[in-house]
Design a protein around this ligand. Sequence first.
Ligand SMILES: C[S@@+](CC[C@H](N)C(=O)[O-])C[C@H]1O[C@@H](n2cnc3c(N)ncnc32)[C@H](O)[C@@H]1O
Length: 212
Amino acid sequence: MIDLSNQEIANNITQDIYNPDYNSRANHYDEEIVLINRRACDVVAHLVNVFIDDKNARILDIAAGTGLVAIALQRYGFTNMDGLDPSAGMLDKAKEKNLYHNYYYEGIYADKKTSVPDELYDHVLCCASMDDDGLIKFESIEEFLRMMKSGGYGIIVDRDSFYLKSQQTNEKLFTKLEEEKKLKLITNFSFRNYIKNELVSLDGRALVFQKI
Ligand SMILES: C[S@@+](CC[C@H](N)C(=O)[O-])C[C@H]1O[C@@H](n2cnc3c(N)ncnc32)[C@H](O)[C@@H]1O
């Protein structure tokens, strides 16, 4: 059982340092997310529902973790999701819940292709997993694009601070990808209460782009 007086949890949410040992966190992860009141998956699912009409669209959930995004998407009627995550501990939890069709036990890195074939997915998502220090680096968006079909949406939701600490580099990256006609940035906004509880209220960041 965990509670907000737990020092590790308090550190996680008050500083921007997250325990990267997801295998060891997997057993308590879902409980922790409810406890800190993180709304990221709901925002992802809402954006999917706004931008994507086809409930059977083939969607890759990048950094799927224990499958919380899939649960949020199912509430809107989306059914055709695959999950990718390098943490077996996390992804096994999603598998136990039978949330995805296919499971890729691998990570996304800017300098390396995943085993996912080119343009397999209609759309890709990434929730709470983009951070240049330790999680998926923003430059890996090129790998996101490789796995997507032309016209598909890429939807990213994370802590605003993770985006802002490399804001200039991120903006340059999106400008470059737009100039190279690889994507069109549809929206890029910050929002309040990504995490909201008695200890903190942290802003979130949402990015939606479309592959050209
Ligand atoms: C904060 S959790 C988010 C999980 C899920 N998307 C959610 O919203 O609950 C971060 C996830 O990113 C995964 N991860 C870390 N590095 C990664 C990488 N290079 N590529 C893909 N996933 C990665 C971790 O294993 C972990 O499951």
